[in-house]
Each structure stands twice: as structure tokens, then as C-alpha cells.
Ligand binder design. Structure first.
Ligand SMILES: Nc1ncnc2c1ncn2[C@@H]1O[C@H](COP(=O)(O)OP(=O)(O)OP(=O)(O)O)[C@@H](O)[C@H]1O
Length: 565
């Protein structure tokens, strides 16, 4: 727990450090704004003193200065706001980039630990909510003590008694902040967690809409969602109440300062003091809101501070990245491929998803020569998908080693692993885009000739005339729908285009009817030529696909290993 907090603090410090130049710039402009504010208030006090105590004389120099400072403050405010927006935007972009590369490096293994709605919300809403932290909280927290106390000191220099009163009232602020600010932070954190729970619940329900409707539980489920939404509403109201109390406590301190200074200095104001004396009293009175403004900005941003802690906690919960091979891509070793495929050597690998649970892979060893086609079978839960995720480089063995083309997988960089392996899963992901974009997803540089060859080899040419716009037909959510077999052909075409020497398939025909399965098998036979392959399947149709090795797994162990003639 303590270690988690330390890590979280370290992460927040790192974020603050990455944003420091922009924060310092905004704080500097903020300070200039405060100084301009002092000159502006002094000009106003001088004008008013001239009118009240100088026989109604309007001093044009002070009027000019007042107008000039007003313009300067507008410009500084605009620049500050502009900087705040772009610094918040840059910080969010940087965080999203970091997170996305972390998600991609984890691959599907990530979804075994985290709900996809929680990941989506982390990447979108929760990063979005950090805008206030970078744009408002960081500059406000850097500036407020310096800005507030320079105002108090200037007032004290001009008018000792008023300065002391103002300073005393300002001293009460950290106390209010401690009471209401901390309560606001806790309430904001709870509100964010409630929001996250609601998002996860919504996505689950949308995904399972058919199951819910058909089970006749739609109404009960809607009630559950309603309760979750109500919990969020109550938590949001609590945050707003607390934020209101924080702001009200600042206002009370400010009004007390204002009234106290006026009562204390009423003699000088009412009994016609000199212009200089009236100016100094008016200056002290008019500076009161200026002295409280930095603190007001800070407490308005206090909620934003809670966001970084809660997003940081969610980011900390992501599994740690597997260590990547060090060095630049130029000096990283390359796996050796041949015209027949690539060698794969798995020696004594073990893996455990959760501590104190049985091993998902237990001392698994096998070897594939270039051109071997291995069929991997075994009952559900035997560890086939875990082995595949390990071969794809998404998880690292606790023990043992994997060599691809004579090189340890851990020594190969992610780009090299990606280049050497094609993967076909149970259901290919079809992205929103045209059929052409979907096929060329991993190889956008492929030529038209290569694309045509892949279309033929995967038999997409068979259904292409049925699509309204051929290769330019838009697919994905909201686009033209494809059958399971048609979609799987896209995955096969992608593999043809990629031309990697190792082909890994995880039940590629799991959701297809026997006829379609036979058609897909025909295309797969073509794809297997000149490649090493590992195919995990429950389907007997795969026997005689041209396999040279049969592997059988049970409860994480390789129980049978047969090499065919
Ligand atoms: N995120 C996880 N947390 C805990 N245990 C896990 C996790 N993922 C998988 N396991 C466990 O690891 C073991 C192997 O699972 P795996 O998905 O590799 O099996 P499989 O052979 O691919 O099954 P299937 O044929 O049904 O896909 C199972 O006992 C499973 O419960």
C-alpha cells in the first residue's frame, strides 16, 4: 500500500516535471498579471482620491495608466488562457500516446486483467478530465503563495495596519482549504470511481443486449443501471456542495478583511485626509479582492487535483510492461528466416497468470523446423491461448526460453517480432474503413499487384462483386456487414500480404459452419506454403491440412508430441 502511494507520488511528480516549462511560463504571466493589477488598482485609487480629497480633480496621467493597465491585463489574461489550453492539450496528447503504446505492448493479455470499458474510459474521459490539472491546478498552485503574499506585502508597505489585517485574514485560508479541500478531493475521487463503474456497466449491457432482452431481464437490468446512475448523481451533488462551501469560506474571509479594513480606516476616509492618505486607504481596500484571487483560482482547481490521483491510480493498476530488448533497432539481432519458413524452439517455458493459482503453462518444450505445420489441441483451459500469447511476445515466460530463427525472443525488438509473425484469431477485427484499408492495415505500402494476389489467394475475389463498392465498400460498425467466413478471409489476405515466416492461428474456424470451414481451409493450405505454422484448434477438419507435428496440451503441460512422416 505504502509502495503504491510512493509510486503514485513518483508518477505525479514525473507528470509535473514533464509539464514544468509550460507551468512556469503560465505562472510567470500570472505574476505579471498580478503586478499589472497592483498598478491598475493604484491608478484607480489615485483617481478616486483626486476626486474625493483633491477637490474633484481628475488626474489624466492616472486615467491613462488605468486604461493602459486594463488593456495589459486583458492581453495577459488572453495569453495565459491560450497557454493553459495548449498546455492541457499537449499533456493529454502525451499521456494518451504513452498509454496507447502501453496497451499495444501488452496486447490481448491486457484484456485478461482489465475491463475494456475501464481501459476505454481511461484513455478518453479520464485523460480528458486531466485538462484542468495541467491547465489550471499546476499554475495556480505554483503561483498562489507568491502572488497572494506579494499583494499583502505591497499593501503593508503602503498601509501597515491594513496590511496586517489583510495578512491575518489570508492566514485563515489554508485552514479552510485543509477542511473543505481534502473533503472535496475525497468526494471527487469517489465520484470518478462511480462514473467508472457506470461506464463499465453500460458497455457490458450494450455488448450483452441480445442476452438481456432474450432472458426477459431488461427491466430489472434497467433498474440496476438506474441505481448506478443515481449513485453517480448523489456523489456529483456532494462534490458540488463541498466546492460551494470552499468557495463560500474564501468569500467570508475576503468580506471580513474588507469590512475590517474599512472600519479600521474609516477615520482617514471620512474626515478628509490628504490625497496621499486617501489613496493608500483606497488602495488597501481595492486590493482585497486581488489578494484573494490567487487562492480563489487554486480552490476552483482543487477538484482537478483529485483527477490526477484517480487517473494515476488507474494507470498504476495496468500490468507492468514486459522488458523490451535494449538497444537501437540497428544493433538488435535478426531472426533467420529461410524459403521454407523459420525455426521455433520452445524450451521449458512456464507461466502463471495469478499467484497461488496453478501454472497456466508448466515446463512446455517443443521444436518446429522451418516449414513444419504443428496442430495444437487440448481441452478448454489447457493453456493453448496462453502459449500463443507468449509466442506473440505479449507475455514473458517465468522460466524457460523461446528462440525464433535462432534468436531468443526476448532479445528481438517488438518490430522484429511483428515482422516475423502473422496471427489469425477466432474473429478478425474489422476496423471502420474500406475493405481495401482493412486488408492493407498492416502493410499499407503493398503494391496493387500484391493486393490482387492476396485477394485471389484468400478467395475474397469470390464475394467482391457482391459488395456495393467493391474494394472501396465501407466496413466496420455502421458499415456494410460481412459474414464470419467473409471476415476471416480478410485476416487471411492480411497474412498473405504480410508474408511473415511464422504463422500462428488460434481456432481460426471456431465460429464457422462446416461448409465455410472447408472453404477457409482451402485458402489456409495456400497460406501455409513456405511458412512454419502453429495452429490451435478443436476442429477435426484440420487433420490432414498438411501438419507435420501434433501437440496435445492438458492443464498447462504438453502431454503428447508426435512428429509425422
Ligand atoms: N487473466 C487470467 N487470470 C487468471 N487465470 C487465467 C487468466 N487467463 C487465463 N487463465 C487461466 O489459464 C489457464 C489457461 O487458459 P487458456 O486461455 O490459455 O486456455 P485455452 O487452452 O486457450 O482454452 P480455450 O481452448 O477454451 O481457449 C486456464 O486455467 C485459465 O483459467
Amino acid at each position: 500500500m505504502k509502495a503504491d502511494k510512493k509510486m503514485l507520488k513518483g508518477w505525479v511528480r514525473q507528470q509535473n516535471g514533464a509539464n514544468r516549462p509550460a507551468t512556469m511560463c503560465m505562472a510567470l504571466i500570472g505574476m505579471c498579471n498580478v503586478l499589472a493589477g497592483m498598478v491598475l488598482v493604484w491608478s484607480l485609487a489615485s483617481i478616486l482620491a483626486g476626486l474625493l480629497a483633491g477637490g474633484g480633480r481628475l488626474d489624466a496621467r492616472w486615467l491613462g495608466m488605468f486604461i493602459l493597465m486594463s488593456v495589459v491585463r486583458v492581453i495577459l489574461g488572453y495569453v495565459q488562457e491560450h497557454l493553459a489550453v495548449s498546455s492541457g492539450e499537449l499533456a493529454r496528447k502525451r499521456l494518451r500516446r504513452e498509454l496507447l503504446s502501453r496497451f499495444f505492448a501488452q496486447g490481448p493479455a491486457l484484456l485478461r486483467h482489465q475491463h475494456s470499458a475501464a481501459l476505454a474510459s481511461l484513455l478518453t474521459d479520464r485523460i480528458e478530465a486531466l485538462e484542468g490539472y495541467f491547465a489550471r491546478w499546476l499554475p495556480a498552485s505554483t503561483l498562489w503563495v507568491v502572488a497572494q503574499w506579494s499583494v499583502v506585502l505591497v499593501v503593508f508597505w503602503q498601509n501597515h495596519r491594513a496590511g496586517l489585517i489583510l495578512g491575518g485574514c489570508c492566514l485563515s485560508l489554508p485552514f479552510f482549504q485543509a477542511v473543505f479541500g481534502i473533503a472535496t478531493a475525497i468526494a471527487s475521487r469517489r465520484q470518478l470511481l462511480a462514473l467508472n463503474r457506470l461506464q463499465v456497466r453500460f458497455l457490458d449491457r450494450i455488448r450483452g443486449i441480445a442476452t438481456i432482452v432474450l432472458s426477459g431481464n431488461a427491466e430489472k437490468d434497467a433498474q440496476g443501471l438506474g441505481q448506478a446512475a443515481d449513485e453517480l448523481r448523489q456523489r456529483t451533488m456532494k462534490v458540488l456542495r463541498l466546492a460551494f462551501l470552499t468557495s463560500a469560506s474564501t468569500d467570508v474571509a475576503m468580506i471580513v478583511a474588507l469590512v475590517w479594513i474599512v472600519i479600521d480606516q474609516r477615520h482617514g476616509l471620512m474626515h478628509g485626509g490628504s490625497v496621499a492618505q486617501t489613496t493608500s486607504i483606497l488602495f488597501a481596500v481595492l486590493m482585497v479582492p486581488e489578494a484573494f484571487a490567487p487562492f480563489r483560482a487554486l480552490s476552483a482547481a482543487y477538484q482537478d487535483r483529485a483527477q490526477i490521483t484517480s487517473s494515476g491510480e488507474a494507470i498504476q493498476k495496468l500490468p507492468t510492461l514486459p522488458e523490451m530488448a535494449a538497444g537501437t533497432s540497428a544493433d538488435q539481432p535478426r531472426a533467420e528466416r529461410t524459403a521454407r519458413g523459420i525455426e521455433l524452439d520452445v524450451q521449458g517455458v512456464s507461466y502463471q497468470w495469478v499467484k497461488d493459482r496453478p501454472l497456466a503453462l508448466d515446463d512446455v518444450s517443443f521444436q518446429l523446423k522451418a516449414g513444419d505445420v504443428a496442430l495444437l489441441t487440448g481441452p478448454s483451459g489447457a493453456g493453448k491461448s496462453t502459449l500463443i500469447e507468449m509466442l506473440l511476445g505479449f507475455i514473458r515466460p517465468l522460466e524457460g526460453s523461446i528462440r525464433l530463427g535462432g534468436v531468443d525472443l526476448q532479445a528481438l525488438g517488438p518490430a522484429e517480432i511483428t515482422q516475423q509473425i502473422s496471427w489469425i484469431g477466432q474473429k478478425p477485427v474489422i476496423f471502420a474503413g474500406t475493405l481495401r484499408e482493412n486488408i492493407m492495415f498492416a502493410t499499407p505500402e503493398a503494391s496493387e499487384k500484391q493486393l490482387q494476389a492476396a485477394l485471389e489467394a484468400s478467395s475474397i475475389t469470390g464475394y467482391l462483386p457482391l459488395l456495393p463498392d467493391g474494394l472501396e465498400t465501407r466496413l466496420g460498425e455502421g458499415g456494410f456487414g460481412l459474414s464470419g467466413g467473409q471476415a476471416q478471409r480478410i485476416a487471411i489476405a492480411r497474412a498473405f500480404l504480410k508474408d511473415a515466416p511464422l504463422l500462428i492461428m488460434d481456432e481460426p474456424t471456431a465460429h464457422l459452419d462446416p461448409m465455410t470451414e472447408q472453404d477457409i481451409l482451402m485458402s489456409l493450405r495456400g497460406l501455409l506454403k513456405g511458412r512454419t505454422a502453429l495452429i490451435s484448434t478443436h476442429s477435426p477438419q484440420f487433420h490432414n491440412i498438411g501438419e507435420t507435428v501434433r501437440l496435445t496440451m492438458e492443464t498447462g503441460r504438453l502431454t503428447e508430441q508426435e512428429t509425422l512422416a
